[in-house]
Ligand binder design. Structure first.
Ligand code: 6GU
Length: 233
């Protein structure tokens, strides 16, 4: 998969060199590039923002550098002549990012993350890109970050680990929180007793049916307790 990131802080993305996704990058499964939006400015001050029409606090990102960046990155596919990219715009005003959306995006060939700062990006950037490709404004949750960079990192990690070959043992993906709509069951390892706390005896029983039933109960009880919203909808 190819991932392009457009940001005024490309240095945020140096962490992608380490860990699991770093390995996927060196093995060629993932081709991630962070680009500085200011490369597509032409004025001496490399201006990317301006005051909002209609008034209000803060600054809005001007459309011109974004338009040129996307023109360059949304390259036509050899077969169709059209770009097969999906543009993802992290925004607290977007649709919710979920495991289902991560799975869907892990099937794509090309993702372009457009990281806004200030009060956001001029809406015409998204509207213009949407005439050519799929554009998704996506939120991590109901809180506000200073910009799309940290949100993009979270989404790239969630998506990248679902690309076949990125995770050594794909079976480890199946029993995670959210894969079956429930939270994960608690996990234990050795020693069987630690600081007066014992591992639940069923896990030492060797009875695989009983263990599966216990884990399912734990999943349901935990989900009911901390995320009842997952059970009702
Ligand atoms: Cl995706 N972006 C920003 N700026 N803030 C957020 C967010 C995204 N998700 C939650 N808060």
């Amino acid at each position: 998969m190819r991932i392009d990131i457009v940001t005024i802080f490309p240095e945020f993305f140096s962490v992608l060199d380490v860990s699991l996704l770093g390995k996927a990058r060196s093995s060629g499964l993932l081709d991630v590039r962070a680009h500085d939006l200011r490369e597509w400015t032409h004025d001496r001050h490399r201006t990317v923002d301006d005051t909002p029409y209609g008034g209000g606090a803060g600054m809005v990102m001007r459309p011109e550098p974004w338009g040129e960046a996307l023109d360059q990155l949304l390259t036509p596919n050899a077969e169709s002549g059209l770009s097969d990219a999906v543009v993802i715009v992290p925004s607290p005003a977007g649709v919710r990012f979920t495991q289902v959306l991560a799975r869907e995006l892990a099937q794509e060939r090309h993702l372009v993350f457009a990281c806004g700062r200030y009060e956001g990006i001029d809406q015409r950037v998204m509207d213009s890109a949407a005439q050519r490709v799929r554009v998704l404004e996506v939120s991590l949750g109901d809180y506000v970050l200073n910009g799309g960079e940290v949100a993009s990192l979270a989404m790239i990690e969630a998506i990248g680990r679902l690309i076949p070959g990125v995770i050594g043992n794909p079976a480890s993906l199946d029993e995670e929180s959210h894969e079956d709509g429930l939270l994960e069951y608690p996990s234990y390892t050795k020693p069987a007793s630690w600081r007066g706390l014992d591992v639940p005896p069923v896990l030492l029983s060797g009875n695989h049916g009983a263990i599966a039933a216990w884990r399912r109960e734990q999943q349901l009880a935990r989900t009911r307790r901390v995320r009842p919203d997952l059970l009702s909808d």
